[in-house]
Design a protein around this ligand. Structure first.
Ligand code: C2E
Ligand code: MG
Ligand code: MG
Length: 684
């Protein structure tokens, strides 16, 4: 029975007699070493089975086992050796030798165990622990109670603690108070239930510095399946977090002014509306737009424009409470959200503050400049309950504020909404007007008062739309300017006017002039000079028969580009008339800078002049002043005989108005023309 146990054992069991020769060799020994019992019995174990280097150690070991000291109990000894299989392969073995007394002599029972597996495991463990020691991430092992048992060097390097300071402590020594309690609760619930937890901590180093860690924490279970330890592997993600924060900031804030951008503003608006709904409060939405920002940008350059926006942002911030939002929507458009208002009175106060701070001049690149602001207000819930409706209504109110003279504020009214819708409709119709050939040009005669002759015609654009009927220019020209549609439209009018003039010249052989209105937007478009030159060339009209009407608005912007275009066109021989004179800023200085041909006194002037002696004196002064500068004067909007007489008496050169003739379609104009003798005032 014992025999069969020995033979079925997994370990090789070998009896070595006092000479070191094999006396017994079990089955496991046969397969471990590759020798059958009959091949090895009676032979020395060492020479064929151990490499030469191990033989001495083995012999000494065997000697020890075989001659235990008499005073001691015989001892079992263990030795790790390298053995050689019969096929020549070396392999590690663990050898235990137990002394036995056989026939009065000490022999030894040797038990050999193949140590290949164990060697490998040990090597693996060594590799593993080296990896942990050298790991670029922190590793912490705690017991089930959370007491730290191991930390790797990276942990120490990162946190600044020594191993002595942390062993036995819990990882809470790193707590900064900035990680939510919910995170810790979730962490413990997860790992106690045996699952892995991953998450972020905002922790504190020994020196007080904060850092971000991404941790994965998992329970380690023993053989019995119970949790014995927790293993935390943590990566320092501070740099990534900072980068993320930066990105987030960029996505939500305007880089120039540091104000929230449209995205964040809309988010704050929805939150404010939710709160207001719960608390029965008002929210005011204010669109703020700088008046003439474009002029500053165009004349003083983008750097000045930018610094204006930054100062404007600061001023706006100063007008509201810290809980309110001031955002930049883009360009010179700002949005203010006044939250938690118990009445709309607070909103009125802010409006006044804004107008007030914007009446103070800005210091821009050595210039002192007043740039005013217009404000449009919509209030929740009366003007809308939805962010988009409120925004649209505040925009409509702003538009109205701009329209009504700027540097003012307007609260939204339902009527504005209708106007905004109407405008939108007009705009969409206008986009197709040109390709649908809905435009025509009418001509209004300009009469020389001394000669009583038609000397020119002002080309006036007419728009007849199937849906809207005939739309007056005062309604569609501003939209065309805003949208840029004026550029192709204006070019079309110019060509049409010149073609018409060429036809009349061929028909009547006269030296009539044609006047064409040019909007600032059109004038500033690059290549405008070339467009004019091309059209003159195409139609065969000489430059001096063309008069371009520009307003004071254009001349106030004394940007190098505007000046250059004016100079070039004047050099080409094109005439210029200042349109609507007296309605704008009437800054006379620019009149001296260029050789303009004529000045058109606005019809409102003429209207007042015949009823009000002050206005009459002013008109007289303007005419005298214009003459002293060598300019011709054209009186616009002469509706009555007495107005024409007034112009004549005051020495005005030319007149234009319903009394003399309405603007006429081209064929009617031709009829009108044939009834007159024409005389040029262009000196041809
Ligand atoms: P504007 O250049 O001052 O043109 C004169 C305006 O006065 C014309 O209005 C004309 O019909 C009107 N008018 C002429 N005589 C009288 C009168 O006796 N009494 C009154 N109450 N009005 C008179 P219209 O055609 O409605 O044009 C309005 C404005 O639209 C023009 O003012 C001009 O600024 C602009 N506009 C017209 N056509 C064009 C165009 O082709 N291009 C550009 N950029 N603007 C244009
Ligand atoms: Mg005009
Ligand atoms: Mg005019």
């Amino acid at each position: 029975m014992l025999f069969s146990v020995v033979h079925t054992a997994h370990d090789a069991i070998v009896l070595l007699d006092h000479n070191g020769c094999v006396g017994f060799w079990n089955k496991a020994a046969e397969s471990m070493f590759g020798y059958r019992a009959e091949e090895i019995l009676g032979r020395a174990f060492a020479p064929p089975l151990l490499p030469a280097v191990h033989r001495a150690a083995y012999a000494q070991y065997l000697a020890c086992a075989q001659s235990p000291g008499d005073q001691h109990e015989p001892e079992t000894q263990t030795l790790v050796l390298e053995a050689i299989h019969n096929d020549g392969t070396p392999f590690p073995i663990e050898c235990s030798l137990a002394p036995v007394r056989l026939e009065g002599r000490w022999s030894a029972i040797a038990i050999f165990r193949d140590a290949t597996e164990r060697r490998r495991t040990e090597a693996d463990l060594r590799k593993l622990s080296r990896a942990v020691e050298q790991s670029p991430v922190s590793v912490v092992i705690t017991n089930v109670d959370g007491a730290i048992e191991y930390v790797n060097p990276k942990f120490l390097e990162l946190t600044g603690y020594t191993a002595k300071e942390v062993i036995g402590q819990t990882p809470s020594i790193l707590k900064s108070g900035l990680t939510s309690d919910a995170t810790y609760t979730d962490l413990w619930k997860t790992i106690i239930s045996g699952r892995e937890w991953r998450g972020e901590f905002r922790n504190r180093k020994k020196n007080g510095e904060l850092f971000w860690e991404y941790a994965s924490i998992s329970p380690i279970t023993g053989f019995d399946g119970a949790i014995s330890h927790f293993l935390a592997v943590k990566e320092d993600i501070t740099v990534r977090k900072l980068y993320e924060e930066q990105l987030l900031h960029q996505a939500h804030f305007d880089q120039l002014t540091e104000l929230p951008n449209r995205l964040l503003a809309l988010d704050r608006l929805s939150q404010a509306l939710h709160r207001a709904h719960r608390n029965n409060h008002f929210v005011a939405l204010m669109f703020v737009d700088l008046d003439n920002f474009k002029t500053v940008n165009d004349t003083l350059g983008h750097a000045a424009g930018d610094s204006l926006l930054v100062s404007a942002a600061l001023r706006l911030r100063g007008c509201v409470r810290s809980t309110d939002t001031v955002a930049r929507l883009g360009g010179d458009e700002f949005l203010i959200i006044l939250v938690d208002l118990s009445s709309t009175a607070g909103c009125e106060v802010v409006n006044h503050k804004i107008l007030d701070v914007f009446s103070q001049p800005f210091q821009l690149e050595g210039h002192e400049l007043v740039v005013t602001a217009s404000v449009g207000v919509a209030v929740y819930p009366s003007d809308g309950e939805d962010p988009h409706v409120l925004l649209r209504n505040a925009d409509a109110a702003l538009y109205r504020a701009k329209e009504q003279g700027r540097h003012t504020y307007r609260f939204f009214t339902v009527e504005m909404n209708l106007r905004a819708l109407e405008r939108l409709n007009l705009e969409s119709q206008l986009r197709y007007a040109q390709e649908r050939e809905e435009f025509t040009v009418h001509f209004q005669p300009i009469i020389d008062l001394r000669l009583n002759a038609i000397v020119g015609a002002e080309a006036l654009l007419r728009w007849n739309n199937a849906q809207l009927g005939s739309v007056p220019p005062d309604r569609f020209i501003p939209i065309a300017e805003d949208t840029g549609l004026i550029v192709p439209m204006g070019e079309w009018v110019l060509r049409r006017a010149c073609q018409q003039l060429a036809d009349w010249r061929a028909m009547f052989g006269n030296s009539l002039c044609v006047s064409v209105n040019v909007s600032p937007r059109q004038f500033r478009e690059t290549g405008f000079t070339q467009t004019v030159a091309r059209i003159l060339n195409e139609t065969g009209i000489r430059a001096k028969f063309l008069e371009l009407e520009v307003t004071e608005r254009l001349l106030l912007d004394d940007s190098p580009q505007t000046t250059e275009t004016l100079r070039e066109l004047i050099r080409m021989g094109v005439n210029f008339a200042i349109d609507d004179f007296g309605t704008g800023h009437s800054a006379l200085s620019y009149l001296k800078r260029f050789t303009f041909h004529a000045l058109k006194i606005d019809r409102s002037f003429l209207h007042d002049a015949t009823t009000n002696s002050g206005a009459a004196a002013l008109a007289t002064a303007i005419i005298a002043m214009a003459h002293s500068l060598g300019l011709k004067v054209i009186g616009e909007g002469a509706e009555t005989k007495s107005q024409v007489e007034f112009l004549y008496a005051e020495g005005c050169d030319m007149a234009q108005g319903y009394y003399l003739s309405q603007p006429l379609p081209s064929d009617h104009f031709a009829e009108f023309l044939s009834g007159y003798t024409c005389q040029s005032y262009a000196g041809a």
